[in-house]
Design a protein around this ligand. Structure first.
Ligand code: ATP
Ligand code: LTN
Length: 423
């Protein structure tokens, strides 16, 4: 485990985001304050800030694996050039299969994001090497207020950790902290036919929703997503079903590149849940529940109060049939049944039996209460994490180092294959 202080890692790796003053103060008060690092004068932190505040995970002078050694090696390899090959693990060591997924910091994430994607992320941590990113570069395809974007980036990261992602098992980082994403994205854009991009459902939906700003990023969004996935030689991508088309595009790009050169990218598979892969709006159940929906009654957010959750489910659009049954003709009720089913582990048949002869009022109350109970521990952990900004920023800084090391290795391979001059 690398134990560098957030601020220094970011300065070494050229990331633009500064750590807030309170976080800096906290870091400076840490037991490591005063130790001077190499060359750039950055202070090194030996107190294991990232994994735990108390435990010194490694100490100077412990051969080649301590933070000082990692710091020196990374810096030497980096040499001011993002193209250096830095291995997070030895090339010879057999590696676990790798998982990558991302979420945009476009607001407090929804029950849809949780049920369709994030809920599955911690479950994969033991079996796979998991890398999870807050994809802020994707978020700016729609205009964002800078202060809100910064705040939401931290909040999204905190919510991921609160949902059960452990920074000791998984890599958690912010996309813009690893420049290789944007770099690979440019290369991959030259391997993606224009027509493939204009066919994407999300592009069509978002350009209809924001006719005043149909920018190039909205069109090339899936190429950046392909870069995210392919940079890490990802085997498995846990996503909601709305992202399936984007994943297919990433596979096509990988196949094209591998075909033109030689095998370079691992072919990623999707991990899409059978139930809950598309949680629908509570107000327009034929539409996906979306973080950026302007109608708050349509969306249950992870940080909603129990009262708000109860109220939103009470107002959820159903039908006049009055019977708790799943079916294409009953999108509102089927949606509520999916949410309830995912969170309780009950099948549709179980749920139909449970609410046989009972009205929608009782059913909605049960769904709402289940959601409140599922979110409570996450909300409590979130509040705790957000209050410890130094820790949170440390996790993200270490995540950027670990992700960057893997990403640079793939990018170096790609640059070499396409014939970019290497000095
Ligand atoms: P935005 O509204 O800003 O476009 P979003 O709500 O679509 O955002 P993303 O950050 O783009 O959320 O998605 C993160 C993950 O959540 C993706 O894997 C996506 O497939 C999944 N997801 C998003 N919405 C839903 C939903 N309603 N049901 C199931 N999964 C979803
Ligand atoms: N485009 C995704 C978010 C995302 C993503 C990724 C998901 C960006 N990069 C890589 C999986 C893998 C979305 O949900 N809108």
């Amino acid at each position: 485990m690398i134990g560098l202080c957030a601020r220094h890692i970011l300065s070494v790796y050229g990331a633009v985001q500064k750590i807030s003053r309170p976080a800096r103060r906290k870091a400076q008060k840490s037991p490591c304050a005063g130790l001077r690092g190499v060359a750039c004068g950055a202070r090194l932190c030996y107190h294991g800030y990232i994994a735990s505040h108390k435990n010194a995970l490694s100490r100077p002078g412990q051969g080649g694996t301590g933070p000082r050694a990692v710091f020196r090696r990374e810096k030497r390899r980096n040499g001011g050039n993002d193209m250096s090959e830095a291995g997070a693990q030895s090339a010879a060591a057999p590696r676990k299969k790798r998982v990558f997924s991302g979420i945009q910091p476009t607001g407090v994430f929804t029950l849809g994001n949780y049920v369709g994607a994030v809920r599955n992320w911690p479950k994969l941590q033991d079996e796979y090497e998991c890398i999870y990113s807050v994809v802020d570069e994707h978020a700016i395809t729609v205009r964002q207020d800078p202060a809100a974007l910064r705040r939401q980036t931290r909040e999204t990261a905190a919510l991921l950790l609160a949902s059960g992602i452990s920074p000791e098992k998984s890599v958690v980082f912010v996309q813009s902290h690893v420049p290789a994403h944007a770099q690979l994205s440019w290369v991959l854009s030259c391997f993606c036919p224009f027509g493939d991009l204009t066919r994407m459902h999300q592009f069509k939906e978002k350009s209809a929703k924001h006719p005043e700003d149909i920018n190039g990023g909205l069109l090339t969004y899936p190429i950046l997503m392909a870069a995210d996935i392919l940079l890490y030689q990802t085997d498995l991508v846990p996503i909601g079903i709305d992202q399936k088309q984007h994943l297919e595009l990433a596979r096509n790009i990988a196949q094209r590149f591998n075909g033109v050169y030689s095998p370079t990218f691992t072919m990623p598979d999707g991990y899409i849940p059978q139930v809950g892969a598309k949680v629908m709006s509570l107000q327009e159940p034929e539409k996906k529940m979306s973080k950026s929906d302007a109608n708050e009654n349509a969306v249950v957010r992870m940080l909603d109060t129990p009262d708000a959750i109860l109220r939103k489910f009470k107002r959820a659009v159903t039908d006049s049939d009055g019977c708790v049954r799943a079916g294409a003709d009953k999108p509102g009720v089927t949606n509520l049944m999916s949410i309830y089913g995912v969170l309780t582990g009950k099948s549709f048949a179980d749920i139909e039996r449970e609410f046989d002869g009972r009205g929608y009022g009782e059913f909605k109350q049960a769904v709402a209460q289940t959601v409140v109970d599922a979110l409570r521990p996450i909300q409590q952990e979130y509040a705790r994490l957000l209050a410890d900004r130094g820790y949170l920023d440390g996790v993200l800084a270490e995540g950027a180092v670990r992700a960057g090391a893997i990403a640079r290795r793939t990018l170096a391979k790609v640059y070499k294959k396409i014939g970019f001059l290497q000095l």
